[in-house]
Design a protein around this ligand. Sequence first.
Ligand SMILES: [Zn+2]
Ligand SMILES: [Zn+2]
Length: 570
Amino acid sequence: MNKKGTRFFGLGGFQEIGKSTAVIEHDDQIFIVDAGIQFANGSLTGIKGIIPDYQYLIDNEERIQGLFLTHGHEDHMGGIAYLIQNCNIKRIVAPSVGISYIKFKLDERKIKTNIEWIEIDKNLVLTFGDMKVDFWSAQHSIPDAYGIRFTNRNGSMFFTGDFRIDYTPIGSYPDFEKLEKIGQEDLTVLFSDSTNAMRPYHSPSEKDILKAIREYMEQAPKKIIITAFASNMSRISAIIKIAQEMNKKVVAFGRSMVNGINIARQLGYIDVDDSIFIDKKHVSKYDDNELLILTTGSQGEALAGLAKMAEGKHPQISIKHNDLIIFSSSPIPGNRIKIELLINDLYKLGANIKENKIDGYLHTSGHAYQEEHRKIFELTKPTYFFPYHGEFRMSVVHGRTAEKAGVNPDNIVIASHGEVYEMLDRKIFKTNDKIVSNPIYIDGEIASAKNTKLINEREQLGENGFVYISLLIDKEKADIVGRTKIITRGTLYVKSSTDIISDIRRIVHGLVLFTIKNSNDWTSSKLKKYIQERVKSYFYKTKRRSPYVCISIQYLDDLKFVTIPKEVNA
Ligand SMILES: [Zn+2]
Ligand SMILES: [Zn+2]
């Protein structure tokens, strides 16, 4: 009998952090693990995020058994709204916090579905023919995170999902038993979170972080403002409890913070008396030292609560001398400069700022360090290891940890997106197949490959500015009427620009007059093309720049028919 292997590939999440999306194909069934988004970095202005190309899934939608979600972070579930609008996903298997987040999002966008929702708990086991799926309760910076194991006749695959190990947690304890069981049952391949693979030792415990936060809160003479990731419900819950002990009232600002607290209260992750929360309209009724303010904006986001407070533009909160501001967060790479500017502004208002690491451990990311990685390898004893959810350098270092922990170096694979691997007889082979997995940019609400062109234009505008040229032509006389308008933005210093603008005007005039006087078959689009070429080459020769050139041509002959309405004349 011809034995059929289990195929798998990543559409996102290999050699990168973000848009985690893995696909497993077994017999005629497809299983998807996570459908994340990647947030755009600074250079992609205006772009909301990046998701993988879902075309393969769309083409094979009738085979999809379900989408399995490890946890409710955007880099694992931010693509779902786009996926389910294009592809029939009949079943989503996810933790309850994740389900709440997704449903909130779908409601917000008025997306209707008839998805079957299955809530993960650590004892859940699902079977799809020969495929068995079970779960590991992981510790992470959002409650309710899971690792997922797929087992069938060819072997087993275990995705840890995002995790870390905390021996003195605020939420759930590490489930070593299940990891041991996975190891005993002969794990073929492990996919594990490489985010902090380069950090030695062990990540700090949540208990120490809360101890430090509590000490600062107890010393604070005035308002306390804490900014943190809204999905870190266990920490936010613990901070609210400290506020309760100190007889403070709590008010939240920022959509994701308010929404996160609401979901956490509904699901019981925040369990305090309702009276501790006050409406933002009533803030002024309380003295400064009675208030704990939880706000978004730890990443320096311009529109978030904290930035508005720093600019003195927040409708309810003004920051005053001796207010305490705790950043229970750390900068996401790329945001550092924005955050430094924000912190400077807060210092100018006389606030007392506490930052992670500078002022003690006030935050830990939810991702394991090397010691924790070693523990995972020792317990699960995988035959093969694929670093996942980490940039290339992190993947390499994670591979070294795996090797030290006993994984055969020949079995450590840093995969690329779209590469198809096959598991057969508990061995992994790389196939020659390649699945299209190009990034798709989301502009506003629209995810389309066409956005790539748009982004290139924006990058060109951002790097080189633009030149706008507006001409009026009299066709009858074959002449240019009036003064040609030339506007540049982001291309030239105003001081040096006079010469350049007169150069461009001379070039354009010469070119246009020559064309319209000497040729009979010129058209607007031909003229625009000539001008584009000449102006671009002029800029390149003189300035080594290639601005975006935009041209408008109007004809006097057409304008003659435009009459001014009588009312305006009167
Ligand atoms: Zn996560
Ligand atoms: Zn993640």
